[in-house]
Design a protein around this ligand. Sequence first.
Ligand code: GDP
Ligand code: MN
Length: 441
Amino acid sequence: MKLHEYQSKSLFARYNIPIPRGEVATTPEDVRRIAHDFGRRVVVKAQVLVGGRGKAGGIKLARDPDEAERVAGEVLSMEIKGLPVRTVLVDEAADIRAEIYLGVVIDRAQRRVVMMASSAGGIEIEEVARETPEKIVRVAIDPFIGLRDYQARQVAFGIGLERDLARDFTLIARGLYECFMEFDASLAEINPLVVTGDRKLLALDGKIVLDDNALYRHSELASMRDSAEEAPAEVEARQRGLTYIKLDGDIGCMVNGAGLAMATLDLIKLFGGSPANFLDIGGGAQADKVAAALRIILADPNVKAVLFNIFGGIARCDEVARGIVAALREVNSRAPMVARLIGTNEAEGRRILSEAKMETATTLVEAIKKVVALARGEDAVIELPPVDVQQLRAERHRSADGHRPAAKKPAKKVAAKQKPARKLAKDSKGLSRNNSAVLSC
Ligand code: GDP
Ligand code: MN
């Protein structure tokens, strides 16, 4: 969950990070009143949960209340990267001499929280990392010891900060790290942290991303969520207890279990397809939950075909199948769909689906080949050679014992008898011809 700039800054202030005086407003008249109260130059800042607002024209300076009202009218009627601006933050304008980047993030490779800083503040850190990576200074923080003052000083000098500011910088760095840890954040960032004309440090912009899985420990923060700023599909998924992450591909996936979902995405890639999402419907998925999941998948205009990969453990396949059929009635989609249901009540589940004229598959590989073909606009006519599970088990057993598997020849023979089926998944010939891959799924 992302926090707005004004929310992030209010949390920073609790950790003694200096922020400008500011107030939020939703109308130009309120902005005028605030500017009047402040009695000096203000900056009107769009509160939307995307970066680069400055470049998009969502940050405007105003000399007096008249101008503040006028620019607020402009900003409040803007859309930034597709998000309408509903709220602005009115801050006292700062006299900026230098802009610094300061952030705390999790570095997975190092398995540490890392503090990053750069003298190239104000612009997005991704850009700095791309263009001038040598300008970024990093220190890894020991979770048991926390950020030490010498580390903060190391960062300060690393970015060329003058000595007289090092003490204030250390306090800010410490505050930012504490704030990050206390609220279970995955990112806490000040960009820019500015040096003012009277040689003070001031956090002009703030960004905090919280770990959703830790939100239950911070009820106060959970109420800061701005659902209006989130993708409707993600809001619905959260309300239904579904784990949904949108990806860039065109194959919608509904899977129960995070591990199975990951494996499914990997296999789609392996067979030349591209998943449109990660979606874990969880255990014991009831029909209405399945219907919601399908609505969410189909709300993505990129989705060309849908794959259901359900392991009926706690969830019963027939229940899931009913959910799919119910959802199909409701959403009225033309996207082709393939279902692979296995486990509790699978026969009943498959019967329900084939009555609904849906493609079914008995193995995961078969299902994936079908859905990849369908997403490409090909027919899903695939005739896999029949799999003799007993024989393959025996072969696997033999090869595990160190004997050469006798697998290849009989498998080829079976394949040769088969009518030549449409060739699919060209880049995965190895797997498609290898029966043991089918068995292992
Ligand atoms: P972002 O573009 O979404 O990251 O928004 P920021 O809050 O970081 O603002 C972008 C830029 O606007 C900053 O880097 C500053 O250069 C400028 N800016 C923001 N607030 C002030 C201010 O109070 N005074 C002045 N002069 N410039 C400001
Ligand atoms: Mn910024």
